[in-house]
Design a binder for this molecule. Structure first.
Ligand code: ASP
Length: 438
């Protein structure tokens, strides 16, 4: 995606780069949303514009994921290289996911948002009004939901999985499809490779076009949220919101940049600059799946990560690697325990960490998907499901933030794996091997 300033020579004026346009749209949305407030026509108009942008992004997701994985996998010459990349990706996902959850629990333990004046905060915070509706919806999604992750990997009907946006099934199917192309006779394999690689190029081209409308789309998505919810909803839960935001910020601005600096050996600042359009898209859509096309664009066009890495790491990461969600799940469960005055033992906290890590794999990249995973963890540690009502009022705003962390985490993995694979030119750096020899 080109974000280079567009010059308008005749008027001597330069169109700012896309990331500045999107940043301006975010500020404009915050100002307009707070000034205009919950005015029905304003909300309806903005929601309409935002929905069209979101739909356009979602429109390219399924063909993009399938084409990316199949063309990426089928063009990898040696299966050993693929296995190596797979192991690095998995190791990164597990390691950073664990760190994220531990940081989340640490901040909730430190700030104790569920305790007010030494007493459990539950009664004074009160449950959100529509608790029953939400609890009803997720009550039947207990521990079975966890095993369902494996069921989702093998959907009986791949077309239905695509229509439902069920990514885990699509990923498994595409991985198998790509692997079996490698087993075809050369002539047939080449036809397949050319087709899927062409489809992939068309999808990335369409994404580029959609992203030209990102500033309008971001305004349409964010302003109704500010107008309706405002920041006031966060008031009674301010300490909890602060703890989650601090933990998410620690992961995004300290932990992951350290990985970039010392493992990938690239400039974290350059990485942030390359990822800005994807981070703001994640923030405004609250959907890492809808943001995937933009993440791929940013990584390939701006960070210089080769397609062989992005097509493997990013679609899988969007579904499997959700650091922000895993952190949030652990933090909410711990907060609910504090509100009910339940002191969780080390064993129970360990159970939270492991269940959060595993359930985060099944969290779809769509808004509010974490609430289901939270119900599973509450069930696992034996806490009342009603506790979810406590965080409903602030879930939307925190969803925007955790989705940004999810997407940023995937991009850090793409850069790290590309560097460890010895790729040249990632974020303008010579390959690691070349810099070691120099
Ligand atoms: N909205 C998140 C995402 O799309 C998932 C969640 O935590 O609810 O990545």
């Amino acid at each position: 995606m080109s974000t280079a300033p567009v010059s308008d020579e005749s008027r001597g004026w330069k169109m700012p780069a896309l990331h500045w346009q999107v940043a301006a749209a975010l500020v404009a949305a915050a100002v307009a949303g707070s000034l205009i407030g919950p005015q029905p026509d304003f909300i309806a108009g903005c929601t309409f514009v935002g929905k069209i942008f979101l739909n356009a992004l979602k429109m390219v997701v399924v063909p993009l994921i399938v084409a990316a994985i199949i063309s990426g996998l089928s063009s990898v010459a040696d299966a050993g290289g693929l296995g190596r990349m797979g192991l690095k990706t998995l190791g990164y996902y597990l390691g950073t996911g664990l760190l994220a959850i531990v940081v989340g629990l640490l901040f909730i333990n430190l700030l104790s948002p569920g305790i007010i004046d030494g007493k459990p905060a539950g009664p004074s915070i009160g449950l959100a009004q529509d608790t029953q509706a939400v609890v009803g919806k997720i009550e039947d999604k207990g521990a079975g939901e966890f095993l369902k992750v494996f069921e989702l990997m093998f959907p009986p009907n791949i077309i239905e999985a695509a229509a439902d946006g069920q990514m885990l099934g699509l990923i498994c199917f595409s991985l198998l499809f790509g692997a079996f192309i490698m087993k075809l006779p050369e002539k047939a394999a080449t036809v397949q490779r050319q087709f899927w690689s062409g489809l992939y190029d068309v999808m990335t081209g369409m994404t580029r076009l959609i992203m030209m409308f990102a500033p309008i789309g971001v305004f349409g998505l964010v302003s109704p949220i500010i107008a309706q919810t405002g920041w006031a909803a966060a008031g009674p839960l301010a300490k909890f919101v602060a703890a989650v935001l601090l933990a998410l910020s620690t992961h995004m601005f300290i932990t992951l940049p350290l990985v970039l600096r010392f493992v990938a050996r690239v400039s974290p600042l350059a990485h942030f600059r390359a990822m800005w359009p994807a981070i703001t898209t994640a923030f405004s859509t609250s959907s890492s799946a809808a943001t995937l096309p933009v993440t791929i664009q940013c990584m390939e066009d701006k960070a210089g990560v080769p397609k062989s890495v992005t097509s493997f790491v990013l679609p899988i990461g969007t579904t499997v690697n959700t650091d922000g969600s895993a952190l949030y799940e652990g933090a909410v469960v711990m907060f609910i325990a504090q509100c009910y005055g339940i002191d969780l033992s080390f064993g129970a906290q360990f159970l939270i960490v492991s269940t959060a890590l595993l359930t985060a794999i099944g969290v779809a990249g769509i808004p509010s998907a974490s609430l289901v995973a939270i119900a599973v963890i509450l069930g696992a540690v034996g806490l009342p499901l009603e506790g979810i009502g406590l965080v409903l009022a602030v879930d939307r705003v925190l969803d925007m933030c955790r989705t940004s962390v999810n997407v940023f985490g995937d991009s850090c993995c793409a850069v790290t794996v590309a560097r460890l694979e010895g790729e040249d030119g990632v974020l303008g750096e010579p390959s690691l091997r070349a810099s070691r020899q120099a």
